[in-house]
Write a protein that binds this ligand. Structure first.
Ligand code: ATP
Ligand code: MG
Length: 304
């Protein structure tokens, strides 16, 4: 088995309305995909707010337990109650990068202390010179150096620099998979491309696969190898990113693409196509659906 990660029919339901409430919401519904070890790739998850992207990422990171289905890591079930050694082994290979780097770092702690403790915990390094070397190696990969961050606090760095430090922290472990949940949304537009290009170089130069979660179809188009489009917990379309984004088939995927394009002619656009697509989407959601495979390798959700 040469998959780093296999997400197999994973569903997550959250109870609503207090402890005795019987209502629940299905945040993620029956999602399946695999990330292969030999083929580093950028696997992108897009979808509107509330479509279940973060919940899916949190289940992969073992911060949340699936209600149904399972998540295999190198063919083995990911167990939340695993021993510390097993948890460390998992975290050695699968590392998160969060949305807001200013929240990820305590403002009262020098940022290099995060790097130091990661090097100690995961690489078991004890000698100061070895730790500094590991930190510098990781920081060089993101275009920084140890000298630039040494002794500095989060507020002394720009958002883009800090996000790069948080990626460097993840890279200290030499992970095979990074899970980046909206890593550029809190970063200034001018610095976004630097982070996006960095993710690309992690794939191309260091063989790291990235699960890249975003609202932004433009960056998805630019770096994604494969994409899944989620709507209210369901995957509605999934496949090679260029094929899907050039020519989305599912009405919701088409709507996403049209909403991006319509910003250019805001106020002048014709709302009818969107209304038509919305009708189609609502109709599709009420009936039974299934995923079908197309010739170009994509999977699309269609009415049964
Ligand atoms: N701990 C929780 N308890 C109850 N409901 C939750 C919980 N976490 C998420 N949800 C609900 O699950 C759904 C999916 O949320 P999720 O955060 O995964 O969406 P998302 O796609 O990441 O959205 P965004 O783009 O805004 O980050 C939402 O309806 C959300 O309110
Ligand atoms: Mg989210």
């Amino acid at each position: 088995m040469n998959d780093i990660l296999e997400v197999r029919n994973v569903t997550k339901r959250f109870g609503m309305g207090g402890v005795f409430g019987r209502n629940h919401i299905t945040a993620v519904n029956d999602v399946s995909f695999t990330i292969e070890a030999e083929k580093p790739e950028i696997f992108t998850i897009v979808g509107e707010s509330g479509s279940g992207k973060t919940t899916l990422a949190r289940m992969i990171l073992r911060l949340e337990t699936p209600s149904e289905g399972e998540i295999l890591f190198h063919g083995t079930r990911v167990d939340l109650r695993a021993s510390r050694a097993e948890r460390l082994k998992f975290m050695h290979e699968v590392q998160p990068v969060f949305q807001n780097p200013f929240e990820a770092f305590n403002p009262l702690k020098e940022v290099d202390r995060y790097l130091i403790s990661t090097a100690r915990t995961f690489l078991k390094l004890t000698k100061q010179s070895d730790i500094e070397q590991a930190m510098d190696d990781a920081l060089q990969k993101v275009g920084l150096s140890y000298a630039e961050v040494k002794g500095r606090f989060a507020h002394e760095l720009s958002g883009g620099q800090l996000q790069r430090v948080s990626i460097a922290r993840a890279l200290i472990c030499n992970p095979t998979l990074l899970i980046a949940d909206e890593p550029v949304s809190m970063v200034d537009a001018s610095l976004r491309m630097a982070i996006v290009n960095l993710l690309k170089s992690l794939r191309d130069d260091f063989g790291v696969s990235v699960i890249y979660i975003t609202h932004d179809l433009a960056t998805a188009y630019y770096i994604a190898d494969r994409i899944i489009i989620m709507q209210k917990g369901d995957v509605v379309e999934m496949g090679p990113a260029r094929a899907v984004l050039d020519n989305p088939e599912h009405p919701y995927a088409r709507l996403l693409k049209e909403s991006v394009l319509s910003i250019d002619d805001a106020g002048y656009g014709d709302l009818d196509p969107a209304t038509e697509l919305m009708d189609q989407i609502n109709k599709d959601r009420t009936g039974r659906t299934k995923m079908v495979t197309r010739d170009d390798g994509r999977l699309v959700r269609v009415a049964e």
